[in-house]
Design a protein around this ligand. Structure first.
Ligand SMILES: Nc1ncnc2c1ncn2[C@@H]1O[C@H](COP(=O)(O)OP(=O)(O)OP(=O)(O)O)[C@@H](O)[C@H]1O
Ligand SMILES: [Mg+2]
Length: 355
């Protein structure tokens, strides 16, 4: 590999360290770290209790549980919970995703192959094609679909009964789901970001599974930089383990965790290079804003989508950046985080959170 390519590959690696989305290889590793039962799930106490009740009641009645919608940001456990639902019901799980269903026929093929009690998991359900969505409404409510044979005036609809099944939908964008679809779920679970002590438990659990020797304050350090997201916690743990094995004696201590995360440019609050780059451009080059998202993206040399979808949600959630009708602005906290003094006018009279 040419040196520049190597640098570019590293760049991508660093840039994605705190992205909440999983990349290709990561899915395999994640599968090994997934809790398999509701009892093993850390945090999300309310969702766990409610879901436990829904499943237990269905088991007692000997029926398939109501359809379940799991919503929330990436990496918080939607796929994990879908698998647990099937596992707890001892039912086969069929997996598909919204983008894979481009025609109603795709969905009809899946549904007609279902057996009683099967769990159908549709990931990214908000991205399903409209005609398929309409077919799904009917399947969810009446366990029936109309399969259309032929085209044009000669087309006929053949009704087809489907055995009772449970649909589990997952979405990062519950707001994009059409009302009729949302209303057909009997139970909706909204996953919340995790508290540091919960991430701490997840890190200890993962370290056990991965055979990593971890000290308590090392785990706490990783937890506090994981942006409330188990996927990121597990990813940072793996990178810190690399460091511990190569540069230390293999044990993840507080010092090792700190040194490793400094090397990977993940700071105390979990901001990475891109996040700080965005804040830095906003404060130093644009005087704190307001500045349009496209301009800001050019200034940090990234795609607009990357800034908007990877960096911004975390910065907004943590009160470093605000979206206003005139553009993005840095909050006083952003200036302080960069070690800069916010302009007095910002603190005094600019409305920060107008939408
Ligand atoms: N409550 C939890 N307890 C322990 N580990 C968890 C928990 N939630 C998630 N994880 C871990 O985090 C990783 C990511 O979870 P998962 O794939 O379920 O997220 P997701 O919500 O489906 O994300 P996406 O929106 O990207 O599909 C999994 O490997 C799992 O091990
Ligand atoms: Mg998922």
């Amino acid at each position: 590999m040419h040196e520049d390519d190597l640098a570019a590959a590293e760049e991508v690696h660093f840039a994605s360290l705190t992205a909440a989305e999983a990349d290709g290889d990561e899915r395999t590793i994640e599968a090994a770290l997934r809790p398999r039962t509701l009892d093993e799930v850390v945090g999300q106490v309310r969702v766990r209790d409610q879901l436990g009740l829904v499943l237990e009641a269905a088991r007692r009645r000997g029926r398939a549980p109501d359809h379940v919608l799991l919503s929330g940001p990436p990496g918080l456990g939607k796929t994990t919970l879908a698998m647990i639902i099937a596992g707890e019901m001892s039912s086969p799980l069929r997996l598909t995703s919204g983008p894979a269903i481009t025609h109603a026929g795709d969905l009809a093929a899946i549904l007609s192959g279902m057996n009683e009690g099967d769990v159908l998991f549709v990931d990214e359900i908000h991205r399903m094609a409209r005609p398929a969505e309409e077919m799904l409404y009917m399947a969810m409510e009446d366990f029936r679909v109309d399969v259309v044979i032929g085209k044009g005036p000669g087309a006929t609809a053949i009704p087809l009964d489907i055995p009772p099944f449970t649909l589990v939908g997952a979405t990062t964008r519950a707001g994009l789901l059409p009302g009729p679809l949302r209303d057909r779920f009997g139970f909706t679970a909204h996953l919340e970001f995790y508290e540091p002590h919960e991430l701490d438990l997840i890190i200890h659990r993962s370290a056990g599974l991965l055979g990593v020797v971890l000290e308590a304050d090392g785990a706490a350090e990783i937890a506090s930089r994981s942006r409330g997201t188990p996927r990121i916690a597990n990813r940072l743990l793996r990178r810190v383990r690399d460091y511990a094995q190569v540069r230390a004696d293999g044990v993840v201590t507080l010092d090792v965790a700190r040194a490793a995360l400094e090397l990977y440019e993940v700071d105390e609050l979990g901001l990475d290079r891109l996040d700080r780059g965005v804040l830095d451009a906003l404060c130093r080059r644009f005087g704190g804003g307001p500045v349009g998202i496209s301009t800001l993206a050019v200034a940090v040399g990234e795609e607009r989508e990357t800034v908007e979808e990877v960096a911004e949600p975390f910065l907004v959630r943590n009160g470093f950046l605000a979206r206003t009708p005139r553009g993005r602005i840095a909050t006083p906290a952003a200036w302080q985080h960069l070690g800069l003094t916010p302009p007095p006018a910002l603190v005094a009279d600019r409305p920060l959170f107008e939408e």
